[in-house]
Design a protein around this ligand. Sequence first.
Ligand SMILES: *Cc1c(COP(=O)(O)O)cnc(C)c1O
Length: 395
Amino acid sequence: MTGDQTKAIHSGEHPDPATGASAPNIVMSTTFVAGPEATFSVEGLDDDTGWFYTRWGNPTIHQLEEKLAALEEAGAAVAFASGMGAISALLLHLLRAGDHAVISDVAYAALSEMTNEMIPGLNIGITKVNASDVEAVKAALRPNTALVYIETPCNPLLRLTDIASVAEAAHSVGAKLAVDSTFATPVATRPLLLGADFVIHSLTKYASGHGDALGGVVLGNKADLAGLRKKTAIRLGGVISPFNAWLIMRGLATLPIRMRVHEDNALKVAAYLERHPKVKRVIYPGLPSHPQYELARRQMKNFSGMIAFQVEDGKEAARRLAGRLQIIHYAVSLGHHRSLIFYLDSAELLSTSFRFSTPEQLASWNVYAGEGIFRLSVGLEDAEDLIADLERALG
Ligand SMILES: *Cc1c(COP(=O)(O)O)cnc(C)c1O
């Protein structure tokens, strides 16, 4: 199997040996009949341990993990109940008291908030940097830096990070690089092939693709992931339900096809917004006007479906859009077949989720977001209908 679409359909799956069923079964059992030689502690867990207890591993969850590892070209994957479940597991797995981590200053809000207070409370030093500036990342590294954590494209600004350059910098001090690749998906970018040590996805977004299942995953090499499974999945316990694993596996089967349509629609909608007289600025990695268009072309095989844009008086425009849109849902989340839009007010975000420590960080935010931005997740509807819906609402 070499093609992405073939892997998306067949990896991790096989006809059921007992019934010949072509589609995967859902194994909901939490426990499995074991032999008398089975050990009770997870310390006894190794490659030969059969199915034992679903928090340790489960046939349906395993199928999802195999499919994700194939698509990301990773040695192994561990699935979690949500993207934040995956992120918190990875941070608690890698960081010890006395360690230091460099974290992108603009990233998923809950990760940002977690690293503002909770992680420093464990006596782990955190430095937030604009990770699109490789020199800023290098300047933040210390001898005890254990982790560099980035998101590309980042939520919600769609600013990019050069993964290969940051990986080289992180490794120069012995730090690991983790990349939240939720916006890119493995269809666009394979961070592990560019030097990253770990990749994270919120499976709730493009992977599931239909807005009906929460999930998350950490991918990396086999040895790292075996340790992560023992310490965090099994002991912290935030594992995914087999039913959600099955739904997400079904979503993944069409991921490459869907990403083509997301990109195609987003290119059309971004071009429309860029021509709109009330729109001040459009940020989309597939537009030549994106400040990092060159990097986007080098690092993304697909520009994905996420667009950010600014208008005059965003708060008033948000009220108009929430009331007038007929197709696009005014709602958070992203990557669904349905288009979603949400307004993010800068003053609010900068007082809650994001903490900047330098004038350069604030200046970069202002260049991208101004007083606030709309985050538009372009879905799989007909582009003409989405444009007509925006036209009706923007006026
Ligand atoms: C949604 C999201 C998360 C968190 O995922 P959940 O499944 O909601 O916990 C993390 N990172 C990014 C980039 C996201 O968009």
